[in-house]
Design a protein around this ligand. Structure first.
Ligand SMILES: [Zn+2]
Ligand SMILES: [Zn+2]
Length: 269
């Protein structure tokens, strides 16, 4: 810990996001209450927790990414950690959230050729003062011993927090671009803080596949499950209102990754 960090801890110690007890980002009691998603019960396609063998969250949906992992459900105290981190700029929660991602993605160690993040819109970046998703993706890259790469840019900036599920998918079409100069590796892991409908991550995967990725997987700290949501996801879950892609998609290329739409894909390889 650097001098500044030590001073910061003395002046204003980090508090538990769940109960405000000083000393740790998440105390032992609140960690025990954190709604982690058990990988053995999670949908490999969208990362949500399933009650049985069929996922109610994505049964009618195909994604351009081949698999998804989410560390926990978007419920307290995890939802509060994320809200404080991204909206109250409590950056000391970055290590905790990064570690949750590393733990959730441990089966994927050795898989990605690169880890990248959903980029924020310029407005979101300015509002928060930092790129909250990049910090998480960098942590995950270190944890998986994979290279961090900045592969995506935002091409449109409309906010979609007010939109419903179908509207989000339509709104996100072409939302991200891969700069022409970049060579996209074959296996890319994309990180976001919250997986709500999957529209944002799907748009990112499509852009990466169109630019040459062979397979894209995605990871998020929290899964906002429609079946369990106690309140509208818009309170906390921002599906990054990115959107246009200034036509940066390469001519003649469509999303080229195989869409692994059914359970039983190799998402847990
Ligand atoms: Zn606590
Ligand atoms: Zn699913």
């Amino acid at each position: 810990m650097g001098v500044l960090a030590v001073l910061s801890e003395i002046i204003s110690p980090v508090v538990c996001a769940g109960c405000t007890l000083p000393g740790a980002a998440l105390c032992v009691r609140c960690r025990a209450e954190t709604p982690f998603i058990d990988r053995s019960r999670a949908c490999p396609k969208c990362g949500s927790e399933m009650d049985g063998t069929r996922c109610a969250e994505c049964v009618d949906r195909s994604f351009a990414f081949a698999g998804a992992v989410c560390a926990g459900r978007l419920e307290p105290p995890l939802s509060r950690v994320i809200a404080l981190y991204k909206d109250a700029a409590e950056r000391r929660y970055a290590d905790l959230l990064g570690q949750l991602l590393i733990d959730a993605c441990s089966d994927w160690r050795g898989w990605p050729d690169a880890v990248c993040a959903i980029p924020p819109t310029r407005m979101a970046r300015a509002r928060r003062g930092f790129d909250h998703t990049e910090a998480l993706a960098r942590s995950l890259a270190r944890g998986l011993e994979a290279p961090w790469r900045s592969l995506l840019t935002v091409a449109r900036t409309d906010d979609q927090r007010h939109l419903g599920r179908e509207a989000r998918f339509a709104n996100m079409a072409g939302a991200f671009a891969v700069p022409d100069r970049l060579v996209v590796p074959a296996r890319v892991l994309v990180v976001d803080d919250v997986f709500t409908t999957g529209a944002t991550l799907d748009a990112a995967a499509r852009a990466l596949c169109a630019a040459g990725a062979f397979e894209v997987r995605v990871a998020a700290v929290a899964r906002a499950q429609a079946q369990r949501l106690p309140s509208p996801p818009s309170q906390i879950a921002e599906e990054n209102g990115a959107g246009d892609h200034s036509g940066k998609r390469r001519p003649g290329t469509a999303a080229s990754c195989v869409v692994h739409a059914e359970h039983g894909n190799d998402a847990h390889a």
